[in-house]
Design a protein around this ligand. Sequence first.
Ligand SMILES: Nc1ncnc2c1ncn2[C@@H]1O[C@H](COP(=O)(O)OP(=O)(O)OP(=O)(O)O)[C@@H](O)[C@H]1O
Ligand SMILES: [Mg+2]
Length: 709
Amino acid sequence: MKISKESLRGQTRLAEERSVAERGGVPEPVRIVMQRSGFKELNPLQRLALEEGVLGERNMVICSATASGKTAVAEMAFLKSLIERGRRVVYIVPLRALAAEKYDEFRRKYEPLGYRVTVQSGDRDLSKSPLSLRYDILVTTSERCDSILRSRPMWFEDVGIVVVDEVHLLDSEDRGPTLEMVITKFRKMNPDTRILALSATIGNPEELAAWLDASLVISDWRPVKLTQGIYRNRRLRFIEEEGERIEEVQGTAASPAVRLVEDVVRRRKQGLIFASSRRAAERLAEDAAEAVEPYLTEDERVRLGDLSEKILSVVDYPTEQCRRLARVVRRGVAFHHAGETSEQKRLIEDHFRSGLIKVVCATPTLVYGVNLPAMRVVIRDLKRFSGFYSEYIPVLEYRQMCGRAGRPQYDDHGEAVSIAKSKAEEQVIEERYIRGSIEDITSKMALEPVLRMHILGLIASDFVRKWEQILDVVLSTFYGHQYGSSSQLEGKIEAVIRDLIEYGFVELRDGSYLPTPIGRRVSELYIDPDTGYRLCNALLERRRRKKRASALALLLMICYTVEMRPLLRLGNNWGEMEEKLEELGKESLVSPPKEWGYEYEEFLRALRTSLMFEAWINEAGEDRIMKEFGVPPGGLRAKLETADWLLYAASEISRLLRAGARAELEKLRVRVRYGVRGDVLPIVSIPQVGRVRGRALVRAGYRSLGDIR
Ligand SMILES: Nc1ncnc2c1ncn2[C@@H]1O[C@H](COP(=O)(O)OP(=O)(O)OP(=O)(O)O)[C@@H](O)[C@H]1O
Ligand SMILES: [Mg+2]
C-alpha cells in the first residue's frame, strides 16, 4: 500500500484540479474540517487518507511526514464518529505542550458547533468527580487515560474513536507500556471502537498496522520543503536530493548555534535551538539574547518588558532561574524546559507563536507534534548523557526535532541544522541522521514492575479474573504481537501475581483472581503496587504506635517510593543525612535499609527530599529551595504535585486500614499544597490568599476567617 512519490504528485495535480466550487459531493466531516480550519483544499496526504478509507470502519495507521496535516485527518475521522453516531472521541498525546495546543485548537474549531472539549493532561487527578458526560472530546496523555480507565467511567462506554497521536511513544521505556495497555483495553472493551494511530517517525509501520489490524497509509509528502544541513567550521552545508549547497551564515555571536539563529532573526524570522540539558538551554538563551536584542523594535521592547514582568510574577519568590528567564525574555529570547512552571512555559509558547519572542532554546520538551514558527531549527547536540556515558540519540528523535522547522501556518520553507564538532561527527550526521533510516519501534512491556502495575490494574477494575484472560490481554498488546507467547513470559506473569497476592492486593478464589478492597483502591489511586505495599506497612506501623506521626516521618514515608524518583542527590550531604537519620530515629515509620548498597543511598536521598518538603511547609521561598536543595520552581511544583497525590493515597489507605492517620495526613496535605505552617491554614483557605499574604495577615493579627470578615 506504499505510495510512490510519482503517484503522490499525480494526486496533487488531481487535488488542484478539483476546484473549491466542486465541493458539493464532499462528505460532511471533511467539509466541516476544511471550513472550520480555513483550508482551501485538502492536501495530498489528506486525499490519500480519504481514499484509503479514513471515514470507514477499519482501524488505520498513518505514517506521514512531519507537518503533513495528520491532525486534520484525525479531525475528519472523529467528526464522522460524532456526527453520525454521536459517539465520543479520545485524543491521546505524549506531551503537555501538545495537549494544550490540541485542546485550544479543537475548542476553537468545534465548540461553536456544540461539541464540548476537555483536557486532562496531568498524570493523575485527585478530583473524584467522574469525567462529565457533557464532554464529547477528551484530549489526554496515556497515563491520565489509563488512570481514568481504571474507574471504568460511563463516559468511556461510548467511545467511537481513539486517536493515538505520536504513536512512536510505544517505544519509550517508561511510557510506552501504558500506551499499549490503554490501546489494548479500548479494543477489548469495545471491539468496534476505532483506533487511528499517527506518526511521522516509525521504521516498522507495517508491524504496527498488523497489530492493530489496521489499514496503513504511508506518505513522505510535506507541504513545506524541509532542508537538512550541517554546520562545522563556520560552514553551513545543506544536503538535498538535488545535491549540496553551501550557504553563508551572517552573525556575530561566538557560539555556532546562536550564530545560526541570529542569521534568521536578522531576516525577521524565528529560530529554535534544541539542547541536551537544561543548563545548556539556559546558557544558549543568554548568548542568544545578546545577539537578538539589536534586532528588536521599540514597540517589541516595551511588550517584552511587560511579558518579562508577567513571567516573574508567576512565583512568589522568584529564583535565579526565574530572573534569568525574565532577563532573556526582555531581550526577545526564552528557554523552555521542565524546570519552569507550566504557566511560564505556556507564556513562552504563546508569545513565540505570536512572534514576539524570536528565539527559544529548548530541551526535548517541545520535540513532538507542536506547531511553532521556527523557520530554522538548530540541533546543538546529537549526543545525550545517559547514566555513565554519552550516546547518540535515536534517528527518530532527530527527525522529530527537524520536523518542528518550517510549519505551513508560519513559513514557506524550513531548515534543520545540526552542529558537528569534528569531521567524523559530520560524517555520522550525514550518514546516520540525514540519509539513514528511522529505527523500528519495539514493545517495552515485559519489565516486571511494569507488568505488576498493569496486571493489578486489570484485575482491580474487573477487566479480567481468570489466568487465561490475563494471558489473553497481555498477548493482545503490542508486546504479544511482537514476541508472542513464551514460557518465560508466563513465568513473569505468574511471579507478578504471586507478589500481588503477597502484598494483599489480590486473592485467588475458586480459580479466579479477585481484588481485595485495598488492592482495588491502590489501583484506582494509580500508584505503583510496590508503593501501595510500602504505604500499607508504614501506616500499619502508625496504627500499632497509636501516636501521631510527625510531618517529617510522613514526608519520608511518601518520599521513599518509585513515584518520587528521581530523588534529590546527596552530593556532599551524605554525612549530614546520616545525622538527620539518627535524629529522626524511632520517629520514622519506615525502617532504614542496611547500611550498604544501593537501597541505603536511596533512603538517604529520600530523606533529603523530605527535608526539602519540610522546608517548604515551613515557608521557605522558592529561592531558598533552589539554593539549599538545587531544585528549580518547575521541579518543585512537579514534586509538590506528586507529594499531594501520595498524601492523598496514604490518607485513603489509612482509612481502609483504620490506621488513624487521616487527620494528620490531610492537614499535611494542605500545608504541602500552600507551603505554610499550621497557623496560616485557616487563612489560606480564602481564595486569592497565597502563602505570602497568608503569613502577612497572620502577622497582622488575623487568625481565622472570622477575624477577616
Ligand atoms: N489542507 C490544508 N491546507 C492548509 N493547511 C493545512 C492543511 N492541512 C493541515 N494544514 C496545516 O498544517 C499544519 C501542520 O499540521 P499538523 O500539525 O496536523 O501536522 P502533523 O502531520 O501532525 O505533523 P507532526 O508529525 O509534526 O505532528 C497545521 O498548521 C495545519 O493547520
Ligand atoms: Mg501531529
